[in-house]
Design a protein around this ligand. Structure first.
Ligand code: ATP
Ligand code: MG
Length: 454
């Protein structure tokens, strides 16, 4: 028996018989164990309140409370219930052994004691107890470590979330600034160009228009003079008569006024285009200005007119307008025009793609069309503009991303993926309105712009 193995453990012997007590004390003491003694149950229970032994050797028959009662009380007290109890019984008393074990004892030793057996049984129980305790300690330590780790992980997770949120906020701010820059750059370059062209057209058109009125009255005068000549000199001579016939004077007299008025119509049209271009490029002031939305849509259509025309690959794209009775809308019209251009240009792109995929018969039945409807919302609070095409529509996945910065399904030279994100910013952030998209794959797409009227 390895005494060192048992050393430092404390054993409490409870026995009223001094001889027994002496024998067992010696055995344990020799084995290097710390030994405490009590001569009855009561004093044993008192002792364990001050010193917690690692094991109790308990006699059964004692004056006062017997061993069974002592064991029951030890087991029912949480601070002593863990201490292993070994009963000391008389040889062959099975009943006592069974009762002791059922009360929570871990083993028994029989009198008269066999030294080796006693030590062996004690050692098994002490080893078991030490093992259980060290396991419990390790478990405790492990749980503390896990708790520490969880706390650390939670802190880390919180920090991470905070960081992600900040990065997201910064990225969003950056994107917004970039968008604003791109948008104002785009607007100012395009706007300047268009304003310049409109201005250049405006001057010559003004003097053609002004002079046409004079030309008309001079021609009228000349014709009157000619008529008077003809009346006063009915026979002007052969040369004049031949020339009159050659130039078909009668026809010229009849056609010239028509020619002049059609020139006037043409010039008026150029003037309107120039006005439209100026409307489009109108430099927006810092405050909103009440504007005619229909003029804005028309100027956008005018700028995109060349793209609506028939090409070798497809028939013309029809534009069906159904303008409601809109009041003047407080807005930054120059920027809204940009929105109209982006959405109509996208519709044209979608229709062009559809034309490639649809047969001539299908196109005849369902011609490429952009429908533009304007109306006031039911509660009279919003101006609503709907721009609808019967192109190829979008899948749900594309639809969920259309307003995303830099999202495009087009080849690099055709799309940058900025059009709708800029439009979204203009409608939602600049105007406090709403921009929504309804699309059905293979059928078409509708964009709805809602601008508050107040
Ligand atoms: N009317 C439409 N029909 C079908 N798809 C559309 C329509 N309008 C937009 N889309 C889809 O939304 C995407 C994003 O449109 P957006 O206008 O933002 O960018 P883009 O047209 O690709 O490029 P750009 O910056 O030149 O406008 C398009 O690439 C297209 O896939
Ligand atoms: Mg676009």
């Amino acid at each position: 028996m390895n005494n060192l193995h048992l050393a430092k453990n404390t054993i409490l012997i409870v026995d009223d018989n001094p001889t027994n007590l002496g024998v067992i004390f010696n055995v344990l003491d020799e084995a290097g164990l710390e030994v405490l003694v009590a001569q009855d149950g009561e004093s044993a229970l008192q002792k364990v309140e001050y010193v917690t032994p690692d094991l109790i050797l308990l006699d059964i028959m004692m004056p006062g409370i017997d061993g069974f009662e002592t064991c029951s009380r030890l087991k029912s007290n949480p601070s002593t219930s863990d201490i292993p109890v070994i009963f000391m019984t008389a040889l062959g008393n099975t009943e006592q052994k069974v009762k002791g074990l059922s009360l929570g004892a871990v083993d028994y030793i029989t009198k008269p004691f066999q030294k080796e057996e006693v030590l062996a049984r004690i050692k098994v129980q002490l080893d078991l107890r030490n093992l259980t305790q060290s396991l419990a300690n390790k478990n405790q330590l492990l749980q503390e470590k896990i708790a520490e780790k969880t706390a650390l992980e939670n802190t880390l997770q919180l920090l991470n979330q905070e960081l992600e949120k900040r990065v997201e906020e910064r990225t969003f701010e950056l994107q917004q600034t970039q968008l604003q820059l791109i948008q104002s750059e785009k607007m100012s370059t395009l706007g300047q160009l268009v304003a310049g062209v409109a201005h250049e057209i405006n001057n010559p058109v003004s003097f053609i228009q002004g002079n046409l009125t004079h030309a008309e009255s001079y021609i009228q005068d000349l014709l009157s003079v000619l008529q008077l000549y003809q009346e006063n000199f009915p026979s002007p001579g052969k040369d004049i008569l031949t020339l009159l016939e050659e130039v078909e004077l009668e026809y010229v007299i009849e056609d010239l006024p028509k020619l002049i008025s059609s020139m006037k119509v043409g010039v008026e049209r150029i003037r309107q285009i120039s006005v439209s271009l100026r409307t489009f490029s109108r430099a927006d002031s810092t405050t909103k200005v009440a504007a005619n939305i229909h003029e804005g849509i028309d100027s956008a259509l005018l700028i995109l007119k060349h793209r609506l025309k028939a090409t070798e690959k497809r028939p013309q794209i029809e534009v069906v307008k159904n303008y409601g009775n809109l009041p003047l809308v407080p807005c930054y019209l120059g920027q809204l025009n940009q929105v109209f251009i982006n959405i109509i240009a996208n519709a044209i792109d979608a229709l062009e793609e559809a034309c490639v995929q649809r047969t001539a018969e299908e196109l005849k039945e369902n011609p490429c069309q952009i429908a533009i409807v304007t109306e006031i919302s039911k509660n009279q609070n919003q101006a609503i503009i709907r721009i609808k095409d019967n192109g190829l529509g979008m899948t749900e996945e594309v639809q969920s991303k259309v307003f995303d910065y830099l999202f495009t399904t087009k080849v690099a030279e055709k799309g940058t993926g900025l059009g709708l994100s800029i439009s979204y910013q203009i409608v939602v952030e600049k105007h406090g309105g709403r921009l929504s998209c309804f699309s059905e794959s293979g059928v078409g797409t509708e964009f709805t712009i809602e601008i508050p009227l107040v």
